[in-house]
Design a protein around this ligand. Structure first.
Ligand SMILES: *[C@@H]1O[C@H](CO)[C@@H](O)[C@H](O)[C@H]1NC(C)=O
Ligand SMILES: *[C@@H]1O[C@H](CO)[C@@H](O)[C@H](O)[C@H]1NC(C)=O
Ligand SMILES: *[C@@H]1O[C@H](CO)[C@@H](O)[C@H](O)[C@H]1NC(C)=O
Ligand SMILES: *[C@@H]1O[C@H](CO)[C@@H](O)[C@H](O)[C@H]1NC(C)=O
Length: 356
């Protein structure tokens, strides 16, 4: 038996930009002590930046200068000896460039319209090739503004209209050097593209029931296509992006999970008629499987949750002696087993996960 680790995740939290490494920055108190003057100046500049609108060129530049001063001071500290520059940056600087501001919802909504082709802008643009974003945002300014007028709050639209060129320059400029990349607004901008794709993936997977998950299903094929584009999108993002992000794992393994399930239904066709699976959204199922994968492989996890969701029907079936997957032991193949009590009688079920 493998241990099952269930992690509570906030449901449907798709927006994943602003994704710093989860661990706490190192040497923080040392830096606060030794670089008080620099920290204080940086904090004051930071306090002037609102949570609503992203800082534009000047105030971002001001802030960056302050945080560079902190870095310069901190890099001399004993505590950082032998540590990468990235760690010093993480301790000294805040995510002012890449943080998600309330206003960014406006950009996100525009991207969603562009993605769903619900627009009349003509410039070539592809979510697969992130860096074509400036073709549509720069060359079709009026058209993008037209979309913005429809989907953004009035204040946000005004901010967009009044600062369009500067904002888009900041959001599409692709910095090359390390420190500039770590907190650059373009990281957030491109990540939003991937989030649009991810949100489409989630939406489509809600519409597909577990019992119809197989490689031949047209909707499943489409889903896997989106998964693939999303993965490409994430890899191309210039942002240092948490690879352990939940949705990334999900999307990465979508292909494998679908392959395993196709095989399961191929060998046990009755299973696909079980109500427990015909009424279960593949979104919910995938989510469980992905959470389980900390503890086992895809095959084990798929089986574990089929068993878990379908206990009743498996019981009923076994009573009728119609169990189609009576245990057959194969050497070196792990079993997935569980016990249940019904009418005070103990039933033990053992499922063999075969290698085909
Ligand atoms: C600056 O802000 C950080 C984070 O809010 C805080 O930990 C630190 O004590 C502040 N330092 C100074 C000198 O104001
Ligand atoms: C940037 O800093 C300078 C002085 O350090 C200040 O005069 C200016 O107003 C600041 N600009 C912004 C946009 O914060
Ligand atoms: C796009 O459509 C909007 C209305 O939906 C219209 O106002 C605008 O002129 C159109 N733009 C172009 C470039 O055709
Ligand atoms: C089990 O048998 C009962 C009575 O014969 C029948 O109503 C029920 O549909 C059967 N269940 C399954 C899963 O075949």
């Amino acid at each position: 038996m493998f241990k099952l680790v269930l992690i509570c995740l906030s449901p449907l939290l798709v927006n994943s930009y602003v994704h710093r490494s989860a661990s706490y920055p190192i040497c923080l108190s040392e830096t606060n002590n030794a670089c008080q003057e620099e920290m204080k100046k940086k904090n004051e500049t930071l306090a002037r930046i609102s949570y609503y609108y992203p800082p534009l060129t000047d105030s971002l530049k001001n802030y960056t200068e302050q945080c560079r001063d902190v870095m310069e001071c901190a890099s001399g500290l004993e505590c950082f000896k032998g540590k990468p520059q990235w760690e010093i940056f993480r301790t000294s600087c805040d995510d002012v460039g890449t943080r998600s501001y309330y206003f960014d919802t406006c950009i996100y909504q525009i991207l969603k319209k562009i993605y769903s082709n619900d627009h009349n802008c003509t410039a070539g643009f592809s979510f697969e090739n992130l860096f074509t974003a400036d073709t549509i945002f720069k060359k079709e300014k009026q058209c993008v503004l037209n979309i913005g007028q429809r989907v953004c709050k009035t204040d946000d639209f005004n901010f967009l209209q009044n600062n369009y060129d500067e904002l888009i320059e900041l959001y599409t400029n692709n910095p090359t050097s390390g420190i500039d990349r770590w907190d650059h607004p373009s990281g957030k901008f491109y990540m939003m593209h991937c989030d649009v794709l991810r949100s489409d993936f989630v939406q489509k997977s809600v519409g597909i029931m577990v019992s119809s998950v197989n490689q031949e299903n047209v909707n499943v094929k489409k889903l896997l296509e989106i998964a693939q584009i999303t993965q490409k999108c994430t890899h191309k993002s210039p942002f240092v992006y948490g690879n352990s992000n939940y949705y990334n794992i999900w999307i990465k393994y979508a292909q494998t999970i679908v392959a395993v399930m196709t095989n399961v239904f191929k060998h046990r066709p009755t299973l696909s008629q079980y109500q427990c699976l015909t009424s279960l959204k593949s979104y919910d199922f995938f989510r469980e499987v992905v959470q389980c994968m900390d503890a086992g492989n895809v095959k084990k996890c798929v089986w574990f949750f089929i068993n878990l969701y379908c206990q009743e029907e498996i019981m009923a079936d076994s009573k009728n002696q119609t169990v189609t997957w009576a245990p057959h032991k194969e050497s070196n193949v792990p079993d997935v087993s569980f016990s249940m009590f019904k009418n005070n009688q103990r039933h033990k079920f053992v499922f063999t996960v075969s290698n085909n």
